[in-house]
Design a protein around this ligand. Structure first.
Ligand code: CA
Length: 226
């Protein structure tokens, strides 16, 4: 798995526990302790799923949810609401306002994981499947192998991660910053030139003879998988 999950939750202990376990499961995670910062960060991070606390110091989870649904790029962002006990009535309202699922605290991580997988399987199956496919390209996450039209393609570790990243959201254009944040999560000192070098290598590797180009350069925006 390599989906991106954003958490807005004001209890640091919950963030810590959830973030640590999600990262162990291969997710890229970022978080915020309040609603206003969360809304700003969310836009930069472009997650595949949002874990949203119901009760926050500034905005309520419902207000945040309504806010993001107005934004075209987040209209379909899956949201799992985290509620405390005794908010039954609120839960129903929560589902009305565009929440995909909810979980009552305290919850076990396994329970959370099952909900996340179920929601992602509906919204973006590529974040949870072992084999990523696009056109005649296939990436096997378990064996770490890549094939095009049945022919194996050898990739370096960075090119592999790049391709895996593009395959989770084909046809979406990513800026160099977004690519950097997702493919080099712990190295903020990578220059955009370095990204271009790895894209070029990936391109050369996947562009087999007589096959169409799969990676598109979008001028002044970035790159996308066709
Ligand atoms: Ca709270």
């Amino acid at each position: 798995m390599n989906g991106k999950i954003f958490i807005i939750e004001d209890e640091p202990s919950i963030i810590q526990l959830v973030q640590h376990n999600l990262e162990k499961n291969g997710f890229l995670v970022s978080s915020s302790l309040n609603g206003n910062d969360g809304l700003k960060e969310l836009k930069k991070f472009q997650p595949d799923l949002l874990l949203l606390d119901w009760m926050l110091p500034d905005l309520s989870g419902i207000e945040i949810c309504k806010n993001i649904r107005k934004d075209k790029s987040f209209k379909n962002l899956p949201v799992i609401m985290l509620t405390a006990k005794g908010e039954e009535e609120d839960k129903i309202k929560g589902l009305d306002s565009g929440v995909d699922d909810y979980l009552t605290k305290p919850f076990s991580f396994n329970e959370l994981m099952a909900r996340i997988k179920a929601v992602l399987r509906r919204s973006n199956p590529n974040t949870v499947s072992d084999n990523l496919k696009f056109d005649d390209l296939m990436l096997d996450r378990i064996e770490k192998r890549v094939f095009r039209d049945g022919q194996e393609i050898k990739l370096g570790p960075t090119e592999f991660r790049l391709l895996e990243f593009f395959l989770t959201n084909p046809k979406r254009v990513y800026s160099r910053d977004q690519i950097l944040e997702s493919v080099w999560p712990n190295n903020v000192n990578v220059e955009s030139r370095t990204i271009d070098v790895h894209i070029r290598r990936l391109r050369q590797s996947v562009n087999l003879k007589n096959k169409k180009e799969l990676i598109r350069t979008v001028r002044s925006s970035g790159y996308s998988l066709i």
